[in-house]
Design a protein around this ligand. Structure first.
Ligand code: PNS
Length: 173
């Protein structure tokens, strides 16, 4: 049977930081379900099917990582898929506060489920989906921070909304 872990988040969009955490979790647990929350309390650029599609493509070469969307309580979804572990990535002290509060609340709701936080790799410790959105919106480069197809999808989305600035001179030479 083995241990199933879920790695929940908004993934709007998935970044290399997320992929790194998902892969490292997949090296520890038997299977990892990357769980895309469908209604986070923030304004989203991508729909739930789009977020799921991008995350699925980003981890497609990892046989024990699958991607699902969920609604409602995280612990409800964890129980539904019989996950024993919730995985979260930790970047900085600011993450620690938020993550501790969520972990304690989730434990209160579902004491049988353990929360495991993985510290992000140094390369991605400054990375966040919202910063990526801002950089692409302002015409900056995103190589190595998100998969290429995510950067393209973001440019496409933001261009349609009229939000992508022209590529700056220093980038094109
Ligand atoms: O990527 P994010 O936005 O930091 O992910 C936050 C997420 C989706 C993990 C969190 O909002 C969540 O678990 N939402 C599901 C609803 C829920 O269970 N809320 C109570 C959390 S203590």
């Amino acid at each position: 049977m083995g241990i199933t872990a879920i790695y929940p988040g908004s993934f709007d969009p998935v970044t290399m930081g997320h992929v790194d955490i998902a892969r490292r979790a997949a090296a520890i647990f038997d299977r990892v379900i990357l769980a895309v929350y469908d209604t986070p309390a923030k304004s989203l650029v991508f729909t739930t099917p789009e977020r799921v599609a991008m995350a699925t493509r980003a981890v497609s070469d990892a046989p024990n990582i699958s991607v699902r969307s969920f609604s409602g309580l995280l612990v409800g979804f964890a129980r539904e898929v019989e996950a024993k572990v919730i995985v979260r990535g930790l970047r900085a002290v600011s993450d620690f506060e938020v993550e501790t509060q969520m972990a304690l609340m989730n434990r209160k709701l579902a004491p049988e489920i353990e929360v495991v936080c993985l510290v992000t790799s140094l390369n991605y410790s400054f990375l966040s989906a919202s910063l990526i959105k801002e950089i692409i919106k302002l015409g900056g480069p995103s190589e190595g921070l998100v998969p290429d197809f995510v950067a393209e999808a973001l440019q496409h989305k933001l261009a349609r909304k009229g939000e992508v600035a022209p590529v700056p001179r220093w980038l094109t030479g």
